[in-house]
Write a protein that binds this ligand. Sequence first.
Ligand code: ADP
Ligand code: MG
Length: 579
Amino acid sequence: MNKFKQLGLNDFLVRAVEDLGFETPSEVQQKAIPELLAQDTDMVALAQTGTGKTAAFGFPMIQKVDVNNRDTQGLILSPTRELCLQITNELQLYSKYVKGLNVVAVYGGASITEQARQIKRGAQIIVATPGRMKDIINRNMVDISTVEYCVLDEADEMLNMGFYEDITSILSHTPHEKHTWLFSATMPKEVASIAKEFMKTPLEITVGVKNSGSDKVQHEYYVVGGRDRYAALKRLADTNPDIFSVVFCRTKRDTQKIAEKLIEDGYNAGALHGDLSQNQRDMVMKAFRTQQIQMLVATDVAARGIDVDDITHVIHYQLPDEIETYTHRSGRTGRAGKSGTSMVIITKSETRKIHAIERIINQKFDARKIPNAEEICEIQLYHLASKIKNTKVNDEVEAFLPAVNDVLEGIDREELIKKLVSVEFSRFANYYKNASDDLNAGGDSSSRSDNGSGSAVRYFINVGARDGYDWKVLKDFLKEQLGLDRDDIFKVEVKDSFSFFNSEAVHTDLILSTFSEFKLDGRFINVEVSKNTRGKSDRGDFGNRKRKRSGNDNWSKKSFGSKGNQNKKGKKSKGKKRF
Ligand code: ADP
Ligand code: MG
């Protein structure tokens, strides 16, 4: 039987679930849906962003409202216009087979009379931001005296944003007998007091650890000199060529400035902050959603509505003023069952804050080094090579090939590859040749992640994101194959078609022997010692040093030549979604 049907959803909703491709209910859905369906109760649910809260309250609400009655029976309050529109949109998808159900969104920045008109036509469910909801109530354009179910979504955010008064005022217009379902990622005092004030013996549901971040997120910090923040940011981007990220800054000015600099330096970046018009913000968000923007530089306030699933990295260009905000920032990645990375750029004096955050999120940070020029160039080279390998041949080049062949005559394959790669690569090499090599400040910071011994070896492995790996999956895979502990594999960095990881030198034989002639799904998985052992390179000889790594030739032949080494899976798994 369908797992959502088991929770008690009716056939109309189960059909919609199937259309959406949801296979398994998320934890908060498993806990909340049966309870909310089976009884009329108040509920407080604590769950991180990206855990599927919308469906956790949306399905029960849709199933419970009476579509033959046009009165407003469900009211959902959410902090921002973006979230409000997203929830409305999700509810419309969930209820696509439920005839006669109207869900209306009520938010600022759009015509209030039009919203009132929609409500008048009969809106069983209203999804609203507190500010606009209060306005529309004050203007007598809505009647919420018939509300039976009220959801406070992202309650902590709403209170952070100063909506306490608006919320209490709105709730005072709803009947005393209604049921309130409060959803929140964290449980600060204000949320607890709202729960106490407005709810009757609520059922409590907690997903994961209270106030903790999602365990799908790997937390890293980088200690740099104050003036090197921007250079460090660029290097983090350059070591992650397929980055899809939100970069958080503290002020609107910094946000705008950093975005402009990134754009000038050739990155696909955009700014999102409160000084932009709604129209500009919509355009930026649209470009971000379609991944035309790879680095969205944002303020905390402006980023509140961001609800994009595939974000690979959250970068804290500066730490937030309030460390609690860190949870919200990092929760932008690691959503919908995927894992992500949260990278913090700090100066030495801020390391204390890292420890404070560790206590809040109940997770350890990994102290990392900003990669040096050689490491970045190595990654860019691999990336370029796999890009060439994976590029679909454009048939239109066919006609010009004879002439092109003439030009390239006499250059052997090896030489040709070198030249080809250099065409693109020189830009990087040149930039980094002139860059100061080591941006890292506060020398002791690497000891923790190297497990204290400093004898770690870095490995290259020829699988990456396009093969369905992320750092977590790869770590588990390696642990399994090698029979090692989770902590024996660290500094896992997954790129598009290859990855790196570290392990102690004592495991080198085990690792190399396990992965010699290792085949998975008919494909060779190849592990080599990466030539970038941290700290050993100096930029003086970069570029003309002979590559010593024996595997290097091997790698280039395999990547360009062998048929057995082709990728099976597509870049993005478009298949079923799974938590
Ligand atoms: P939250 O409100 O907790 O931040 P959302 O409700 O916005 O999370 O859900 C995050 C994403 O996960 C959305 O894209 C949603 O469509 C998707 N999703 C929700 N439930 C499931 C499920 N059971 N299986 C797969 N994907 C889901
Ligand atoms: Mg939500």
